[in-house]
Each structure stands twice: as structure tokens, then as C-alpha cells.
Design a protein around this ligand. Structure first.
Ligand SMILES: O=C(O)CCC(=O)C(=O)O
Ligand SMILES: [Fe+2]
Length: 410
């Protein structure tokens, strides 16, 4: 795969077109003047909203209720919901709300038929009403390995990884991590048994997809194969993986792109081989930090190539020789890099390669980024431009100095 062309942006697949088609445009907010209290009323006991089908999680409404102005605390639950909905709608455009709602329904369909014991908890986090009946028209299948749905460090991770994370010092982390090229970190992470279990769970899920003739959403706009792990019950486990195991590392190595404030993720597997996707074009991820771990099985080819870190403005600029890295995947070995580190995967020429990807995001970083123009703390090209400006200014000062010295000699 050549990487001379322009860099793609690898984005999460989305349900619907997100433009609100088919939805009647809402009238002007009735409550445009609605206000909340600055501090919550901690003595107030909020209502329970679990039985309502809402665009935000019921727990958001319960928490927000404490911020309602005193006059709203004793009105009916419906009136409170309406008031809070109006406030929340200012933060999520119509199209985006429709998309979120569709995705919620999509997951609900999967959960109802590919059941797991996290079902109830999951349903709650999706804010789905408990009375929603399971669909009877699709064949059912149970998860094979329930032990995958909650983190068990000793079953999941190799001892060196657990030790480094529990010591949680820069020194302990550095002792297990290699940096083959600036910004690309590799380390031994997953137990072979865990890789086997996850592969067989994915296979089991895909079998259900085929039996049910269910049209699943692929992980990305650039994949025809692979599956989103968050969609079939692994979201809570992957959240914990990010919180307890990846954030401590990212805090040290990716601080300037929000490494210490990672707060959401997109978790999926990609599959390559003759009858799967073959390679993956040059792109950047929709993440601040990406974890990429090969799960197996037997394959040749499929190397990951890296070509330097870039901000939006510089994403298509030239690669410098020192930014070139080709990395060969090894099952169980993790690669951790910034989402903005340009990369792609070469053709898997034989066998079957499956990788686990976790795109970790920081809402704080994304918010702050809106107000910045200079990304020289992490963008290779911003850095080069900054150095060039400094070089030119030193050269100009020197020239001025020589000129003055020359004048004083005359
Ligand atoms: O196939 C690989 O290892 C690369 C996958 C990747 O970069 C991605 O899914 O964003
Ligand atoms: Fe990627």
C-alpha cells in the first residue's frame, strides 16, 4: 500500500445520515430562557426516570434535577422532564440526537438477541425502557465466554504488564515499553488464552449475525469486515481497560493530546485476509490515543506503517525520513500511538489477521483544541515551522548585528 496519496480520516460508522431526515423540524425552544442553579440542591431527592424513553440517560435527568430552580422542584415529573429536555437540547443538535437514538435502537436489537448477563446494566446505560420486549423474529445466541465481559487482570494480561501498571511510575512503565520511532510505543500485553477467547467470542457473534441475517455496522468507514465490540456487550469491560490500564500510560506518554483525560472510547476488531479486508489505506484515527493489539491468528504481511504526527492543517504534508516506521504485528503485543499519527496497514498476504482496536478520546482535549492554532507540542509539521521561524529570527538578528557593527566601523 502506497502512502503517497492524501491521508484519509478513519471515522466511526454511523447509523442513519445524521441530517435528521424524516424528523419534523422542532419548533423554537419554548424554554429558551430556562436557567439552572449554579450549585446543586443536595437536599433534594430527584425522581427516577428509568422507565422513560429519553434521548439522554435517565441518570443525567436525575442528576440535573438537583440544579433546577426552586420553583421547578415541586412541579410534576413530566413538566420537569420537559424543562430539562429543552435545556439539554441546546447541547445536542437535532441530527446528532436522531443518530444517537438510532444507534441506541440498533444496540438494543443486538442485546435482545445476543444476550449476556450485562444485559440489564447495559439496557440501563442506554436508557432503554425495561418494558421493551425482546424481538422474537431473530434467532438467539448466547455469548460463549462470560469471563470476557468483566476485566480479570491475571487472565487478560501478561504479568510484566500488570506489574508495571500497578507500580504506576514512569520508570516501571518505561521498563516494559519500547519506542521504535518517536510516538509509537510497543509492549507485551495480552495473554494468548485471552486472545483465543476473544477471537472465539467474535466468531460466535458473527455466526449469530449470519444466522439472523442481521446487517451489522462495521467499525469504520474504511472496513467491510470486523465488528464493534461495544455493540455486543463489551463496552463496560473496554471502559475499564481504558480507565485503569491505558490512561496511566497515556498520562505519561501522551499528556499533550489529553492522555490523562481520556473519557470515552470506540472498541472494535478488524479482520484481514483473502476473504476479508486486505489492507488499510493511509489515515489518521478519530481518537486521541489508539491501542492496537494483534489477536492472531497465523498470517503474513499486514505490517503497520507510520508516517509522522500531524494536526488537521498539516495532515497532507511531506513525511520526513526520521518519521518512517514499519512495524510487524505480533499476537499479544500492543502498539499505542496518537490518533493523529498517520498510519496504514499493508496487505495481509496469507492467513487471517485479527486485531483489537481501542480508540480512546478526551472530550476535554477536543474542547480545548477548538481555541488553539499552534500544535507544536505534538504536530511534527507545526514543530518544523516553529523551528524555522526561530531560525529565521536568529538569522535576521545576526544580520542586523553585523550591519550595525559594519556601520560603527565606518
Ligand atoms: O490493521 C491494523 O493494524 C491497523 C488498524 C487501524 O489503524 C485502525 O483500525 O484504525
Ligand atoms: Fe488506524
Amino acid at each position: 500500500m502506497s502512502c503517497d496519496g492524501s491521508v484519509g480520516r478513519r471515522e466511526e460508522s454511523q447509523t442513519g445520515n445524521g441530517n435528521g431526515n424524516g424528523v419534523v423540524a422542532s419548533s423554537r425552544p419554548l424554554y429558551a430562557s430556562h436557567r439552572l442553579r449554579l450549585n446543586p440542591n443536595t437536599d433534594h431527592k430527584p425522581e427516577n426516570y428509568d422507565d422513560l424513553q429519553l434521548e439522554f440517560s435517565p441518570s443525567v435527568f436525575s442528576s440535573l434535577e438537583r440544579y433546577l430552580p426552586p420553583s421547578m422542584l415541586n412541579v410534576s415529573r413530566d413538566a420537569k422532564v420537559q424543562y430539562m429536555k429543552e435545556i439539554l437540547s441546546r447541547y445536542l443538535p437535532e441530527g446528532e440526537r436522531t443518530r444517537v437514538q438510532r444507534h441506541r435502537e440498533y444496540r438494543q436489537k443486538i442485546i435482545s438477541n445476543y444476550q449476556n448477563r450485562c444485559g440489564r446494566m447495559w439496557r440501563k446505560s442506554l436508557s432503554l425502557p425495561t418494558h421493551k420486549k425482546k424481538s422474537l423474529s431473530l434467532p438467539r445466541r448466547k455469548p460463549l465466554h462470560r469471563e470476557l465481559y468483566t476485566i480479570h487482570p491475571t487472565t487478560f494480561f501478561v504479568p510484566s504488564f500488570i506489574k508495571a501498571i500497578s507500580e504506576n511510575t514512569e520508570e516501571s512503565l518505561r521498563s516494559i515499553i519500547s519506542e521504535p520511532s518517536p510516538g509509537v510505543y510497543t509492549f507485551e500485553m495480552l495473554q494468548p488464552r485471552f486472545c483465543e477467547l476473544l477471537l472465539s467470542e467474535v466468531e460466535n457473534f458473527e455466526k449469530w449475525v449470519r444466522e439472523a441475517k442481521f446487517r451489522i455496522m462495521r467499525p469504520n468507514t474504511m472496513n467491510k469486515f470486523g465488528a464493534v465490540l461495544d455493540d455486543f456487550g463489551l463496552e463496560t469491560m473496554l471502559d475499564k481497560l481504558m480507565d485503569d490500564f491505558l490512561r496511566p500510560i497515556s498520562k505519561v506518554f501522551f499528556a499533550e493530546v489529553g492522555g490523562s483525560t481520556l473519557d470515552s472510547h470506540h472498541g472494535f476488531v478488524v479482520e484481514y485476509g483473502k476473504d476479508r479486508d486486505v489492507d488499510l489505506g493511509f489515515h489518521v484515527d478519530d481518537s486521541e490515543v489508539t491501542l492496537n493489539v494483534c489477536l492472531g491468528k497465523q498470517f503474513s504481511g499486514g505490517e503497520l506503517f507510520f508516517r509522522g504526527i500531524r494536526c488537521d492543517k498539516h495532515v497532507n504534508t511531506e513525511t520526513q525520513p526520521e518519521e518512517i516506521l514499519d512495524y510487524s504485528h505480533v499476537p499479544g503485543q500492543a502498539v499505542l500511538h496518537r490518533g493523529r499519527h498517520r498510519h496504514g496497514a499493508r496487505a495481509t498476504t496469507s492467513g487471517h489477521r485479527i486485531n483489537l482496536l481501542l480508540w480512546c478520546r478526551s472530550s476535554v482535549f477536543r474542547e480545548l483544541k477548538k481555541y488553539q492554532k499552534d500544535f507544536s507540542s505534538w504536530c511534527g509539521e507545526c514543530q518544523r515551522e516553529k523551528k524555522e521561524r526561530q531560525r529565521q529570527s536568529v538569522a535576521a538578528s545576526k544580520l542586523e548585528l553585523f550591519r550595525r557593527e559594519g556601520e560603527s566601523m565606518i
